[in-house]
Design a protein around this ligand. Structure first.
Ligand code: SAH
Length: 231
């Protein structure tokens, strides 16, 4: 590791061009919201992924972050933000902290982000990246996000970044009224991205993107954890 603020800092010259190109790609995929596009310039993705994959940090593709997990594709995360558009006075529940990159984007828009991750090491890594960038409005929990985070419920916005066979009932319970949630639902191989909206006691679900592939949500209200150790 080099001295702080030199190698790999947010303004590291090696990444400026690549970041601009990524933003153009995201714009090309229909993300027109200027505030969201600017966030992708402000929050440096390479600071959330292992140094070994820095050369791929600004490709519009999922990248491996260890422990069998991947950081989601940036244009898909931009789509999440554009559909959900968290407001400065809203709290957000995120399931699947992973690299912490989407956590940082959400924390730049919302009041507070509560993010649950089942892999302790990933949560710890995300914590140090977020601390290094001075995000003070993020709470992280290591555990099974399929049961939500009851202590801080209800949440006007819920973001699920791992695939579930159905909408976990606990998450629906912890969604505020009115509230909105994005969650990939389907088989382990292929999912649809569902927008779940709660309003005046009624719940409506509709598909906003077909055929996406996320890593599985492993937990009590999702896919079974293989082997012994759960969350
Ligand atoms: N937005 C993240 C996505 C990471 S992939 C990023 O871009 O980095 C999804 C994450 O969900 C993985 O880190 C995985 O470990 C986590 N996950 C899977 N099942 C979970 C569960 N039941 N509770 C919390 N996190 C879970």
């Amino acid at each position: 590791m080099g001295p702080k603020g030199v190698g790999g800092g947010p303004d590291d010259a090696r990444f400026v061009g690549a970041r601009r190109k990524l933003i153009e790609e995201i714009r090309g995929k229909g993300i027109t919201d200027l505030e969201i596009l600017q966030l992708f310039d402000k929050v440096s993705r390479h600071q959330f992924v292992p140094e070994g994959v820095w050369n791929r940090a600004y490709e519009d593709a999922p990248i491996p972050i260890g422990y069998g997990q991947t950081a989601s594709q940036p244009s898909l995360q931009a789509f999440y933000l554009q559909v959900l558009k968290p407001k400065p006075n809203e709290s957000v529940l995120e399931i699947g902290t992973g690299s912490g990159y989407l956590t940082a984007l959400l924390a730049s828009m919302a009041d507070r982000v509560y993010s649950v991750e089942r892999v302790r090491e990933l949560s710890q890594r995300a914590r140090s990246a977020l601390d290094g960038l001075r995000y003070r409005n993020v709470a992280l929990l290591v555990g099974d996000g399929s049961i939500g985070w009851r202590k801080y419920a209800p949440f006007p916005v819920i973001v699920v970044s791992a695939a579930s066979p159905s909408v976990p009932p606990a998450l629906l319970d912890q969604l505020a009224d009115p509230g909105r949630m994005l969650i990939p639902v389907g088989s382990r191989e292929r999912q649809e991205l569902m927008l779940v909206e709660k309003e005046a006691g009624a719940v409506r679900e509709r598909s906003v993107q077909e055929a996406c592939t996320f890593v599985p949500l492993l937990g009590r209200f999702a896919w079974e954890v293989e082997g012994s150790q759960g969350a």
